[in-house]
Write a protein that binds this ligand. Sequence first.
Ligand SMILES: Nc1ncnc2c1ncn2[C@@H]1O[C@H](COP(=O)(O)OP(=O)(O)OP(=O)(O)O)[C@@H](O)[C@H]1O
Length: 245
Amino acid sequence: MKCDATMDDAAQTERSGDTAGQARASVLRVIGLKKSYLTPQGRVAVLRGVDLSLEAGASVALMGESGSGKSTLLHLVAGLDDAEDGEIFVDGAEVTGLSDFGRAALRRETLAVVFQQFNLISSLTIRANVAFQARLAGRFDPVWQEELIHRLGLGNLLDRYPEQLSGGQQQRAAIGRALAVRPRLLLADEPTGNLDEATADDFMELALDVVAATGCAFLMVTHSARLAARLERQVRLSAGVIEKP
Ligand SMILES: Nc1ncnc2c1ncn2[C@@H]1O[C@H](COP(=O)(O)OP(=O)(O)OP(=O)(O)O)[C@@H](O)[C@H]1O
């Protein structure tokens, strides 16, 4: 099975002692991924065979025209929707073969996602929202939580509820919640869309600090060439596939 092969690859990388700049363990592998949607005009193929790999410590900007399928790809990687064909491996687990329970565990413990819609929990304060996934994953770290709150400028908003925050403030809280987990794979869909330029730059610095400190892999959808250039690699989704460099 390919899942086993991936875990073997990762184990071999660890055994070989390769670290700085050499072979790195695979965190995300997408192979031949296909997805279409049924629309009133008929079935529309959005992803037509996407291949993408991210190793530990990789930061990759996912670009492409509006409607090219970037959010669709992130939803499939996060196990929030089903692919029609192809395989997705996250940290050695085959997402496409997991049960709903397995996918929920993956989202709780291995992945963190910053969505365009924030998805904050309306009945929880901002403090509780930021801590939420880290607590679920059993990785809550009060020192790290305080640093995130400080760096994201959330200090005077902690006792408020999401509906009492502006869009940009909610986005900063959603970013805090994702980074608090120190995930193996950080997925972000236009995470700076509601932020001013300086705050967007602060987020990039923070996310890249997390990548450097924890060796997680970071996949970020963005329309900004300026922000994309700060990441290690840029890939473009076009006509349903990742364009060849
Ligand atoms: N549930 C759905 N049912 C039907 N069509 C859908 C559905 N979700 C997405 N689509 C279509 O699939 C295509 C890809 O959408 P997606 O949101 O993945 O694009 P995107 O690249 O993230 O766009 P943007 O940059 O505007 O956010 C679009 O044409 C969209 O209309």
